[in-house]
Write a protein that binds this ligand. Structure first.
Ligand code: HEM
Length: 456
């Protein structure tokens, strides 16, 4: 427990001292924003001014400004985000097909886990198998077999990318280390796991080119190829639309962003959820009671998103998990795209900004005893889910998470399916796994094992 307090202290110290401060690493200045008001001011009121990505982040992340996450804030990005959102809707989010896809995936995952009942297992990889398959099936039309060597290889790259030490990451984006030395330190190169995934994506795109049928679009790659063809054929001329940003490199990095951002964040949130369930068995019991009331004892019954209101305690538990352990505690770095003013300070164009989302979720003004896990704080006196003010797991504003809707759907369906079918407990005779986070690019639980018991 002492260690857990230490981690909490490291984050909170920033919050208690300043809501705005800047510091320098090597040649680079950063501004760190703490607390909901400062962060809202930057991401909403001055959202467009602060919607850039720092030059060093763009370069060090390997994508060189392509894709979405590291793209500069310009008309090409708007075009790509519009396309990405439309495609997500088109291939499932609008209507029930995405929900059906996630339900099927959650059942497949539950079946795999059934074989592991009674064993001591780590859940991180299993959860990645489920969440990644959802994103892979919409983006490149392929749902992998869980035993596929190719799938395991891709997920290994993901672990390497996200488990990176944040200090190493800051050094990397601050460009302290001279270029010739950096080149020799391949272990520091954030781009290398991403490059391995890109190699695979290039092959998938190639295959799509050979099978492409404009009358039968199966996934996001097909939709992208159609845009490219239409652009070449002059289809967008005089239509007030354009597709100039639809080139081959952009497609590769768009898919990479979907794969990286779409798998790890959701899988890690679920991994935290199961860890909190074994640390707080009474919360687990209450969630299961609520699920049994709705779904009965049928092991094949799966909750739908429309059941959310009938499952207030379960929904509140998920919200509380996202509050207490936000997987992206520092968001993604922003930068000012023009001179602007924040919190009374003038910031020149190009100033990197870090948004401390952890501070938003642990601010005592809004969350009494913030390090206590209390799902009921997400419910009002009538037991209805509240809309918390100081709560930004997906950030906000023009660079907010593009996959928020998909992520919420996945979290709800995977969590309810697993909790209904299984009970999760710590290993007998072993110390309880720690709630202290491992800080990489995302905030993950330290590796831990649990025991699964079939309930139904
Ligand atoms: C629990 C799950 C997730 C969490 C907590 C999360 C959180 C975040 C956060 C904090 C950001 C940074 C926003 C900023 O720059 O201020 C972000 C950006 C982003 N997320 Fe997510 N995310 C999740 C799932 C997903 C999924 C499933 C996708 C897949 C489609 C996705 C795609 C993206 C993209 C493309 C961006 C970059 C947006 C931009 O730069 O304009 N995320 N996410």
């Amino acid at each position: 427990m002492r260690k857990e307090r230490k981690a909490q202290f490291k984050f909170n110290r920033c919050l208690k001292l300043f809501c705005f401060f800047n510091f320098q690493i090597g040649p680079s200045y950063f501004v760190i924003l703490n607390g909901i008001d400062g962060i809202r001011e930057a991401l909403v009121e001055r959202g467009d001014d602060c919607a850039g990505r720092p030059e060093m982040f763009i370069k060090s992340f390997g994508a060189g400004g392509k894709g979405i996450i590291t793209h500069s804030f310009d008309s090409d990005l708007q075009e790509q985000k519009k396309f990405a959102l439309r495609s997500l809707k088109c291939f499932g989010l609008e209507g029930a097909s995405m929900e059906a896809r996630i339900k099927r995936e959650s059942i497949s995952l539950a079946e795999l886990l059934l074989e592991k009942a009674g064993e001591a297992i780590g859940m991180a990889r299993y959860l990645q198998l489920g969440t990644s398959n959802v994103i892979c099936s919409v983006t490149f039309g392929e749902r992998f077999d869980y035993n596929s060597g190719q799938f395991q290889f891709l997920l290994d790259q993901l672990d390497e990318q996200f488990y990176t030490n944040p200090f190493k990451y800051l050094l990397q984006i601050a460009r302290i280390i001279p270029k010739p030395l950096r080149k020799r330190m391949s272990w520091m190169d954030l781009a290398s796991p991403a490059e391995k995934v890109l190699g695979y994506l290039s092959k998938v795109i190639e295959e799509h080119h050979t099978k492409f049928n404009p009358d039968c679009l199966l996934d996001i790659i097909d939709a992208f190829l159609l845009k490219q063809e239409q652009h070449k054929a002059g289809y967008f001329e005089n239509r007030g639309e354009s597709a100039k940003s639809f080139n081959n490199e952009q497609l590769k990095y768009l898919l990479l962003d979907f794969f990286l951002a779409g798998t790890e964040t959701t899988a890690t949130t679920l991994n935290w959820a199961l860890l909190f369930m074994i640390r707080f068995p009474r919360v687990q019991d209450k969630v299961q009671e609520e699920l049994d009331m709705l779904l009965g004892k049928d092991p094949n019954a799966v909750a739908s998103m429309s059941d959310r209101r009938s499952l207030p305690y379960t929904s509140a538990t998920l919200l509380e998990i996202q509050r207490i352990r936000p997987v992206a505690p520092m968001g993604t770095p922003h930068s000012t795209i023009r001179d602007t003013c924040l919190h009374g300070y003038e910031l020149p164009k190009g100033t990197p900004i870090i948004t401390n989302l952890w501070s938003v979720h642990h601010d005592e003004k809004y969350w009494p005893n913030p390090e206590e896990f209390v799902p009921s704080r997400m419910l009002d006196e009538d037991g209805i889910i509240i809309r918390p003010y100081s709560f930004l797991p997906f950030a906000i504003g023009p660079r907010a998470c593009l996959g928020e809707q998909l992520a919420k759907l996945e979290l709800f369906i995977f969590f309810t399916t697993l909790m209904h079918r299984f009970s999760f407990s710590s290993l007998q005779g072993q110390p309880m796994p720690s709630l202290e986070p491992h800080l990489g690019i995302s905030m993950t639980p330290k590796p831990y094992k649990l025991c699964i018991t079939q309930r139904l």
